[in-house]
Write a protein of this length. Structure first.
Length: 405
């Protein structure tokens, strides 16, 4: 899954070019930087690689989502529909612009269930933010149709699905805007970083200013830039961009290893008829950073997790249902709206209301799901051994459960 596994001379070389000049900032210093503009180069490479018209780098994926929301005009009191299964950063970004995260059930795609999205729409709904979790995609045709019908913004959180596609288009480039994260465990990394991708010039120009204190970046003298609106500092540094530039050139290599390893492991798991796999709206577009698989019941799944742990093969396998970073069941800080700064009481009440709704439909999916992260470093032998151990555990639990029935 993550690019850090294959750290190489290529990354070192790009970083060293920046260290030679000592110009670590992405803007200004035109003379001393000697023509080295890593952030600019990485933005161009992102546009080329993913087929986005514009790209604005940021200091993180969370900052990219926050920037995109501001640029799209999402703010106080607006409702943003987002899934019950995602990384906490998705709702952090919504809260950071004063909007309300409206959590909606996921289905067996592990992403937004379109019917549940329709039911959640109110006059306050401003945007739908699907999250392409674990390397694969939401049902984009269904979500695009809903957005069109109700005149809603579509913002893609594609942080976990770099290199995934839907009907030929890269995830993150299909909606009004989309974002990737380049944090340390993502498919390609900058150490820390993110990007807003969009085909709309207005959204790009706003994102560009917003991430740099509102600078309009039109003059030759940074000090004389105008500030048409208030921004923040969500800039990436040249050192981080240099790492990303080396990594993006290796994306095809990473994806082909990922796909090969994914296929080998999936074939082994598929020997067990009781194991089923995540539904993928466009199977060709799976980035294959994870295999997500289901067992028949929550009890069997929990028992398999316990047995995998006992046998020392749990690392790299995620039972999200019991995990406090990715699934709503354990987001107690959110359910109580525990923030350091005070929220407007009306906003706080709405946040709590939406975080504490009934998620039985999501529970029914997530309690039976295990995701296995695909390593770029595995050998074929290791995959075989790993797969066989997993199959052994699953069969053992299934036989005990059928005896006890
Ligand atoms: C990693 C991630 C983010 C945020 O990225 P950071 O760069 O770590 O801030 C947002 N959404 C999802 C789904 C992620 O996995």
């Amino acid at each position: 899954m993550p690019g850090f596994e294959l750290w190489s001379d290529k990354e070192r070389k790009e970083v060293n070019e920046v260290l030679e000049t000592g110009i670590l900032m992405r803007y200004g210093f035109d003379g001393p930087r000697k023509g080295i503009w890593k952030s600019k180069e990485l933005e161009d490479a992102i546009c080329q690689t993913f087929g986005s018209k514009y790209a604005q780098l940021t200091s993180s994926g969370t900052a990219a989502l926050t920037t995109a929301m501001s640029a799209l005009g999402i703010g106080y009191g607006d409702e943003v529909i987002t899934p019950s299964f995602t990384f906490v950063a998705s709702f952090e970004a919504i809260l950071s612009v004063g909007a309300v995260p409206v959590f909606v059930d996921v289905d067996d795609t592990l992403t937004l269930a379109p019917d549940a999205v329709r039911k959640a729409i109110t006059p306050q709904t401003k945007a739908i933010m699907p999250v392409h979790m674990c390397g694969s995609m939401a049902d984009m045709d269904a979500l695009l149709a809903i957005c069109k019908e109700h005149k809603l913004i579509l913002l893609e959180d594609a942080c976990q699905s770099i290199g995934g596609t839907y009907k030929g288009k890269h995830l993150g480039t299909i909606g009004d805007a989309g974002s990737f994260s380049f944090d340390f465990v993502k498919t390609i990394t900058c150490a820390e970083g993110g990007v807003v991708m969009t085909n709309r010039e207005d959204i790009y120009l706003k994102s560009d200013g917003y991430t740099d204190h509102g600078h309009d970046h039109t003059g030759v003298d940074r000090g004389a830039d105008l500030h048409p609106f208030i921004g923040y500092n969500y800039r990436i540094s040249e050192l981080h961009a240099a790492v990303g530039l080396a990594q993006i050139k290796r994306l095809d290599e990473f994806l082909s290893i990922q796909k090969k390893n994914h296929a080998l492991l999936k074939n082994i798991l598929a020997q067990v008829p009781e194991v089923s796999f995540r539904r993928i709206p466009d199977p060709e577009g799976d980035s294959c950073s994870f295999i997500s698989w289901f067992l028949p019941t929550a009890a069997i799944t929990a028992a398999v997790v316990i047995e995998m742990k006992a046998q020392g093969i749990l690392p790299g396998n995620f039972y999200w249902y019991d995990n406090n970073w990715h699934y709503i069941r354990k987001w107690d800080h959110l359910k109580n709206a525990v923030t350091l700064n005070s929220l407007h009481p009306d906003l706080k009440a709405r946040v709590i209301h939406h975080a504490t709704k009934d998620f039985t439909a999501s529970d029914a999916v997530m309690s039976r799901c295990i995701s296995t992260a695909i390593s770029l470093l595995w050998t074929e032998e290791q995959i075989k051994e790993k797969g066989e151990k997993m199959v052994h555990v699953i069969r053992k639990v299934l036989s005990v459960q059928s005896v006890s029935r």
